[in-house]
Design a binder for this molecule. Structure first.
Ligand code: HEC
Length: 127
């Protein structure tokens, strides 16, 4: 009798665990997307207005240019040879890629202020 009660308690435990684990996983998955800082939010707007036509932010597949997911978390830029540093990414944004195929990437040096460049980088770091 005692043994039985022990066993059914064990089942209750297993079932409860089965119900709570997926719920916990959902919470974890949600917290992965930490809210963006003010700076990164401003950068996201700039990105959507100026970059999103040619670059996916949430994948690495090509749109016109390479997808930028993980850009500043990776070791190398999408070209597979340039180190993915803030300096190199800024350089690319300032100069663009005038000879790129199938369409050149415009240079943004004249278009963005220093503050806007910082905002854009803050956002790119979150990808
Ligand atoms: C008209 C399309 C277009 C727009 C707009 C554009 N890009 Fe690009 N971008 C490209 C193309 C095409 C390439 C690939 C260049 C190459 O192959 O050399 C590229 C490459 C890049 C790279 C990778 C460079 C490397 O060396 O791997 C980064 C980073 C980048 N773009 C960021 C941006 C950001 C940030 C913006 C917005 C401020 C932007 N791009 C706007 C077309 C665009």
């Amino acid at each position: 009798m005692r043994k039985r009660a022990g066993r059914s308690m064990a089942w209750v435990f297993v079932v409860a665990l089965g119900l709570t684990l997926p719920a916990t996983a959902v919470v974890w998955a949600g917290s992965d997307k930490a809210p963006l800082s003010k700076e990164a939010q401003a950068g996201k707007k700039l990105y959507q207005a100026n970059c999103a036509v040619c670059h996916y932010a949430d994948q690495t597949a090509n749109k016109v240019g390479p997808g930028l997911k993980g850009l500043l978390k990776n070791k190398l830029m999408p070209d597979g040879k340039t180190p993915a540093t803030v300096a190199n990414v800024l350089d690319r944004i300032e100069k663009g890629a005038p000879n790129a195929d199938p369409m050149p990437m415009p240079a943004f040096k004249e278009k963005f202020s220093k503050t806007e460049m910082d905002e854009l980088i803050a956002y790119l770091k979150t990808l």
